[in-house]
Write a protein that binds this ligand. Structure first.
Ligand code: PEP
Ligand code: MN
Length: 459
């Protein structure tokens, strides 16, 4: 008789995040853009409930993403990050989620071909429920109420009840994120992501006469897919894709309650999403957001607007990535089409000279927001594209790698951004403007953007 191998069950209890040094240091710092919860009993109960719920994402997946982003920082992969400005509870339906995932997969196929590189697919999804606002209040017809801050905090309806900051919404945000992630996992593992299927959907885009200018690129992709098929490429492997979830880590009560200590490494991970970013309004060096995110192992993004100095960038690196770990830190620049060519070079040059290897991503949306003559918050497709072009030009001239694209987009046929080859005009806003926050590229505009960027990457 042979001895059975002895397996040792874990004997150490998993440490609690409550005992981990420094995770609560942010509480002593200035945290801007935070809710003022109206009911402290509901707040206590909600935080306790979130602290006991299972993680939404797993430390091992977060580590895989960090490796993927490290490859992108080295010019060996490209990041595509997209989704709503603000997800809503009501909008978390199977149809809308599948349309968004589908559009991201469609864009990714085109970009993969253009870049001849793996594309890391990431949604602004399954957690993008909190918004920083430029004003605490909103006034309509002489009535002033608290501004809408995302479904995690309050409701969009303009009533005092709906606009009150209700901590139980954090629990609903968790459950909505869980069901969204569940569907994303099913879609991306269950055949929906098959390259041939995604390619077939892109043929639908080309069928629209407005998009004939992309025909030669589409034909090349078609030939590449047919070639792979003829060679007997392993389409089983191409049926599944990795898809990561990301959001702005804004409401620190929520992010802290979902922080868990990884049993493998004993280190803290934010488990509300794989990739967490710090917004342009909350990236103060001595502020609570930078402190808190410096202490979790996730890959971290920071938005950099036109007012960012190279010094700010260097100090953020020092705080958030002191070990200079590849994949840890992503700078998402959102300068505006008018500023990018002038402002980006100094940032990239000084960061590169410091020896840090961050991932540079362009967000061509947030620096290009305007109000349409008929009063809607919008963006011109041409400005968005111009910022992307500027981003590529700057990196090309400096010999650095333009590593990704961060966009507000949807899979639906909305009318929120102006222009595109199949142009949206402001009259269309009256019927098809659905966003509760910033304007998104619609399905067709998103694909057009992918074709344009693929063309730039291929050069
Ligand atoms: C956003 O991404 O929706 C956002 C608020 O961006 P920023 O922090 O760049 O303004
Ligand atoms: Mn936005």
């Amino acid at each position: 008789m042979t001895d059975l191998p002895v397996t040792t069950a874990p004997t150490e209890p998993i440490p609690s995040a409550a005992d981990y040094p420094g995770l609560d240091a942010w509480r002593g710092l200035t945290a801007v853009q935070q809710p003022t919860w109206t009911d402290s009993a509901v707040y206590q109960a909600s935080v306790a409930e979130l602290s006991a719920l299972p993680p939404l994402v797993f430390a091992g997946e977060v580590d895989v993403l960090r490796e993927r982003l490290a490859a992108a920082a080295q010019g060996k992969a490209f990041l595509l990050q997209g989704g709503d400005c603000a997800e809503t509870f009501e909008g978390a339906t199977a149809d809308k989620i599948s349309a968004r995932v589908r559009t991201i997969l469609q864009m990714a196929v085109v970009l993969t071909y253009g870049a001849s590189l793996p594309v890391i697919k990431m949604g602004r999804m399954a957690g993008q429920f909190a918004k920083p606002r430029s004003s605490n209040d909103e006034t309509r017809n002489g009535v002033t109420l608290p501004a809408y801050r995302g479904d995690m905090v309050n409701g969009f309806d303009f009533t005092p009840e709906s606009r009150a900051h209700d901590a139980s919404r954090m629990v609903r945000a968790y459950h909505t994120s869980a069901s969204t992630l569940n569907l994303i996992r099913a879609f991306t593992q269950g055949g929906f992501a098959d390259l041939r299927l995604v390619h077939h959907w892109n043929k639908g885009f080309m069928a629209n006469p407005a998009h004939s200018r992309y025909e030669s690129l589409a034909r090349e992709i078609d030939r590449a897919v047919k070639f792979m098929d003829a060679c007997g490429a392993d389409f089983d492997a191409l049926k599944r894709v990795e898809f990561f979830a990301s959001h702005e880590a804004l409401v620190l009560d929520y992010e802290r309650a979902l922080t868990r200590i990884d049993s493998r490494t004993g280190l803290p991970y934010g488990t509300s999403g794989h990739f967490l970013w710090i917004g342009e309004r909350t990236r103060q060096l001595d502020g609570a957001h930078v402190d808190f995110l410096s202490r979790v192992r996730n890959p971290i993004g920071v938005k950099l607007g036109p007012g960012s100095s190279a010094d700010d960038a260097l100090r953020l690196i020092e705080k958030l990535d002191p070990e200079r770990e590849p994949g840890r830190l992503t700078f998402i620049t959102r300068m505006g089409a008018k500023n990018i060519r002038e402002k980006l070079p100094a940032l990239v040059e000084k960061v590169t000279a410091s020896g840090a290897q961050v991932l540079w991503v362009t967000d061509p949306m947030h620096g290009n927001t305007v109000t349409s003559p008929n009063g809607y918050k919008t963006r011109n497709f041409d400005d968005v594209i111009d910022e992307v072009r500027g981003f590529f030009e700057v990196h090309k001239s400096l010999g650095t790698f333009p590593g990704g694209l961060h966009v507000e987009m949807t899979g639906d046929d909305v009318a929120e951004c102006l222009g595109g080859s199949d142009p949206i005009d402001q009259e269309a806003f009256l019927d098809r403007y659905e966003s509760v926050c910033d304007p998104r590229l619609n399905h067709m505009q998103s694909l057009e953007m992918a074709f344009l960027v693929a063309g730039a990457l291929a050069k």
